[in-house]
Write a protein that binds this ligand. Structure first.
Ligand SMILES: Cc1cc2nc3c(=O)[nH]c(=O)nc-3n(C[C@H](O)[C@H](O)[C@H](O)COP(=O)(O)O)c2cc1C
Length: 136
């Protein structure tokens, strides 16, 4: 399992570092192995998916078991909206939206989600759309 972070100002990277798995920057990430990935991304421009996340997901969506999104509740309905869009577009479970670098309970929630989903996903096969089959 590798945590891939898409972080402009460092909040998402700080969150990724707290999860206890190897982390990699989305801008330099590449793999040929079928390693399960967790994506930590962010929203910009009123809830849009970043260019970096879109490029990464176009290549690796079949390996991504879940996505968590950092944002700010001041953005109202667009809070973490990139996560909703990624879930719909790529069929990837949205694990959590959190603010800034996350509260301790946010870290716990994502760790618990990984405990429940990571092992079973290690040998998971994608469906014919290339989407993971294990939602929630
Ligand atoms: C130009 C700009 C646009 C943003 N748009 C959103 C948004 O649409 N929704 C949201 O929840 N947060 C939005 N934010 C807040 C960031 O997503 C938030 O600060 C996040 O923690 C930054 O993560 P990073 O430090 O990993 O880059 C925006 C911030 C900036 C500077």
């Amino acid at each position: 399992m590798i945590v891939v972070y898409d972080s402009l100002t460092g909040q998402g990277k700080r969150f990724a570092d707290k999860l206890g798995y190897p982390v990699e920057d989305i801008r330099t990430f590449e793999t040929k192995a079928d390693t399960p990935l967790l994506l930590i991304t962010r929203s910009f421009n009123f809830g849009e998916v970043t260019r970096e996340a879109a490029a990464f997901l176009d290549c690796y969506h079949h390996l991504v078991i879940g996505v968590a999104v950092t944002g700010n509740r001041n953005w109202g309905a667009n809070f973490g909206a990139a996560g909703d869009k990624i879930a719909v577009t790529y069929g990837i479970p949205l694990v959590l939206k959190f603010e800034a670098s996350g509260m301790p309970e946010d870290v716990t929630k994502v760790k618990q989600w990984l405990d429940r989903h990571h092992h079973s996903n290690t040998h998971q096969r994608s469906d014919h759309h290339g989407h993971v089959q294990n939602h929630g």
